[in-house]
Design a protein around this ligand. Structure first.
Ligand SMILES: Nc1nc2c(ncn2[C@@H]2O[C@H](COP(=O)(O)OP(=O)(O)OP(=O)(O)O)[C@@H](O)[C@H]2O)c(=O)[nH]1
Ligand SMILES: [Zn+2]
Length: 192
């Protein structure tokens, strides 16, 4: 299963025509095809199962301390304007007999991000997928993002950042929540 490339190509051509462009001029001849291929990638998350990604690397473990993956970069598209929003995700969980392969967390984030989204839903979907598959004691997810629909058009707020969070299980308790926010707000030492 994949996107309908022909339909996307036609749609891109129609947009060019609608804005009064000459679809036959040199620079634009290949544009509808490029747009279709570009959407195929940007929306590839519809054809992947985020839970399968996590399931691919689940390991038994006795660890029960907080695991945090910070600064996962993502690019998504807002479902209201089909314009990009992008930023960073911080994901934490406290294992309960199982840990997940670290690389699977950014992979799973990208499956959800490569769909039409709103930031709050993206945040919650990441938290809920980990809760369901890894069954930890709790999960915390924070996203900081810039929305092009608020910058390039509309209200035109330059460089405003939107933050959202989703806390599950033990992360709803003050002590765990505080540890999580302290870790994600601490400066990162980039040279070890
Ligand atoms: N909650 C939420 N809202 C979003 C997100 N991305 C875009 N929006 C908002 O979706 C809303 C859509 O509002 P509408 O009034 O229907 O659309 P619009 O006339 O284009 O709105 P303006 O952007 O204010 O010009 C806007 O307020 C956007 O800022 C998101 O990730 N989460
Ligand atoms: Zn938007």
């Amino acid at each position: 299963m994949s996107v309908d490339l022909e339909k996307l190509e036609l749609a891109a051509k129609m947009i060019l025509e609608a804005i009064g462009e000459d679809v036959d001029r040199d620079g634009l001849v290949k544009t509808p095809r490029r747009v279709a291929k570009s959407f195929e990638y940007i929306c590839s998350g519809y054809f992947k199962d985020p839970k399968e990604v996590l399931n691919d690397a689940l390991f038994e473990s006795t660890n029960n301390e907080m695991v945090v993956v910070r600064n996962i970069e993502f690019y998504s598209m807002c479902e209201h304007h089909i314009l990009p929003f992008f930023g960073r995700v911080h994901v934490a969980y406290i294992p309960d007999k199982k840990v997940v392969g670290l690389s699977k967390i950014p992979r799973m984030v990208n499956v959800f991000a490569r769909r039409l989204q709103i930031q709050e839903q993206l945040t919650e979907q990441i938290a809920d997928a980990i809760m369901e598959v890894v069954q930890p004691k709790g999960v915390g997810v924070v996203i900081h993002a810039r929305h092009m629909c608020m910058e390039m058009r509309g209200v035109e707020t330059k460089h405003s950042y939107t933050s959202s969070s989703a806390l599950r299980g033990i992360f709803l308790e003050e002590k765990t929540r505080e540890e999580f926010f302290n870790i994600i707000n601490a400066p990162i030492q980039t040279h070890f």
